[in-house]
Every structure is written in C-alpha cells, then in structure tokens.
Design a protein around this ligand. Sequence first.
Ligand code: ZN
Length: 498
Amino acid sequence: MERKIVRSYIIIIVLILSHPVFAQDSLLIENVTIVSSHLQMPLKNVNVLISEGRIKEISSSKIVLPSVGKILDGQELYLAPGIMDSHVHVSSVPGMGFGVEPVAQRNGTLSEKYYRQQPYSFLYYGVTQVLDPNPGLQWPKFTSSPVHPDYYRCEVITSIDTFPMVEKTDPLSKTMFSYIVEEGVADTTVNSPEQIIERISASGASCIKVYFEDGYGDESQWPLLSDDTLKRIRESALQHKLPLVAHANALDMYQRAIDADVDVIAHGLWNWGEFSRETEVSKTMHGVLNQLMNKSIGYMPTQRVIAGLGELMLHNSHGVPEFSKVTPKELLEWYKQPSAQWFKEELRAGFDGLPDEVIARIFLKDRMGKGDKILQTLTEAGYPLLLGSDFPGSPSFSNQPGLTTFLEMKAMADAGVSLVAILAAATSNNARQFNIDKDYGTVEVGKVANLLLLKQNPLTTVDAWSNIHQVILHGEVFNRADFAADTMANKALQRTSR
Ligand SMILES: [Zn+2]
C-alpha cells in the first residue's frame, strides 16, 4: 500500500517536471513594465513567464510554480520586443564592401574576424531580428554563429544590363548575384521571372528585391528592368506570397517603383528638388508621397546611408568611442591605415576636390535634411514607418553593426518622429510588413521570446534603446556585455551551441 503511494507520487513528480511550463529552460520575469505597441500605455508591475523560447503567460498576479529555471527581478526595468532592422547587409564589411569585392578579398583575415563579431554586435544593440535584402554569399557565416539574431533575407533579381549587376566590374564581384533574369523569354525558360521566383521561394527567402536605379546623382546611364518583366515579377511574387521590396531613392525612381506596385521602398527619398531631370517628372515630392501612402507602400528612411557618407569625411571618422563595443580592434586599427581610405578618396574625387568639411555638410545637412522633410511629411499624415538602416549602406566604415540601427532610430527621433512611432517601426510594423507578426513584434502570449530588458522607458527617450540591461533570445538571457567586441566574454559564447 505504502509503496503504491510512493510510486504515484513519483509519477506525479515526473509529470510535473516533463510539463513544458516547468521545464528547466523556463524563465520568470517578475514586476516588470511592458512596453509594446499593442498597448495604449506601458503595462506596469506584471509577471512574464517564458518557456520553450516563447511567452507563455503574462499576469498581474504572482505566478507560482513548483520549479522554474530562472527568475529575474524586473523592478525598474522595461520589457520591450527585440528590435527588427529590416534592411541590413550581413555580407558587407564596413570599409571594405561585400566579401567577394576586391578590398574584402585583399583583407580576408580581417573580414573573417568581422563576420564572427557581427551577430553579437547586433545583439549588443538589442537587434534580435534582421532582414537582409541583398544577402550576397556570406550570410551563412551569420546564421552559423552559435548565437545570432533571427535572420530573414530577400533575394535580388537583376539582369546583366541593370543595376546592381551592371555596376560590378570584376568577375568575382558578379558572383554575388544568383538570380539573373532574362527579359522577354517564355515563362518556362529557366531564367524567366516566373522560374526564378519559383527557385527563390524554394530557397526559403522571405521577399524579392528589385532595383530602380538609373545612375547616381544627376546621371541616368543605366536601363531599368522592362515594364513587362516588372509586371511578371509582381505577379509571380504575389502567387508565392513574397513581398516585393524596391531600391529607389530619387523622385523619378520612386515614381517607377510606385507604378510597379511594389510593397516596400527600401530607401528614404533623399534626392528631389535639385536635379535637372526632375523637370521631366510631372509629379512633385508631395504628389509622389501621396501615391505611396494611397498604395500603402512601406517606407524605410535609411538615413544612416547618407550619415555614413558624411561622417566618413569628418576628421577622426574611425575614432568613434562606441565602435570599440561592436568592431574587432584589429579592424579599428586597419581603419587608420592609408589603404582603408580608398572609399573616402572615391568620394573626394566625385566632388571634384571640394574640402572634406563641405562634402560632409552636403550629406549631413542638405541630403539628410531632405530625408527629414519626408519623415516630417509622413509623420504629419500619421503614416506608419519601417525601421531599416541599410547597414552598412556603402563601403563607409562610419556605419558599424548594431550601432547603426540605434543611430537610425535616433535619426528618426531627430527628424521629429514620435517615440511611439519609432517603437512601432522597430517592432510591430516590420513584423507585419514581412508576415512574421504571428511570432514577433509585440510582448504578447505565444510570441517568440526575443525581448529586451531596458533600464529606461523607450517611450520617454530614444536613448533607452541603447540603455540595455539584458537581451533575451528565444528565452535565453544574455547580459549586454557578453556581446561586446572588447570583452573576452563573447569567446565563451562562441563555444556554446544552440
Ligand atoms: Zn541596401
């Protein structure tokens, strides 16, 4: 009789331990304030139970469990969704370009060091999801890191005559494009838009990227994909439920992208009101923006592209103190070398020898001012934004992983975007735009536990996004310092496996 009771106790204990809620990986955050864009205002003093990498329970009353893996005291902390940056290029090394490009090729060891640190640098700044709209060939280095933000990618469709393929001059650089479309061929042809999108879909990509770029500045030497090809890409992408993302940043290119019914324009509109060819465009900046809003096309400001060009021209551009947390020190050393100044010299040449300070001002004041004006126009209309930094945006080393995402949020705040709108842009809007809002974007039961414990309220100051206490990735808790490039701690991360 007694033995029977003991045995049923054992069975009950085994049942309790095997129940997912009581698993050893569970995490309980007590008395925390939740900041999430589905809430009208922050939810104070709640308890959040996380298990098996997801949010299991949110309660204002105490959650009592017989066993819990870890308990965190959330008093005076803010629990926010992890940040999603929907425009980053993980194959591109700041100061070098994509891994297959000549400067990165000449500095193989340094690039490898960079690729190893990069996922941790994003996490250091609370970026727990990234979308890469031109993944190149090195992205598996990012996803094979033992700890990394969740990774989504678009695949690029280009033709040999159009940007960005047309701009690549050496054979190795051309290899970064895997989907080269042939125009005017039957839909059964191997490189027709339809067959290419079939393959992109099968590859597990989340979206399609096309480019509307006929030349930089006032130039217009490159052709665009034909209207017929764009129409076929649009239809096939719809059939495969893949959002269509466009590169465009000048008024006339915006118009073409809007006419092609794209879902997202992945750059701010910086180029308007200064070029002669604009006289050919009947629409004004406001006219183009109204069409964008009427068609509900997603807008990514990407102000850091321009900032990265301007800051590169400033004295001591490699000496930003924040770099030491996100950039390997060997790479910081390299940025001081004459061989690392190649892109700065290219920019100087493009401006016919204007003084560096003048070039910097053209980007940081004039061009960014145009981006600010667009942000103000959209903000006045209450139009939702998407956070996308286009990190690193160019071969400038003024943009560094994670830090650039934070600076992009700061640039939005500087332009007058509200902190509520920035929270939504960085979390729920991005998740919804790319069809992953079932899993990400808010602090709600059932969502993936990619979360941040912040020391300040992000609805009070944008700096809260860089005042991070801990980063939670699929329910696993990391101290921010674990991810820093200048600590030994992340060496330990590299040995653990997930
Ligand atoms: Zn980009």
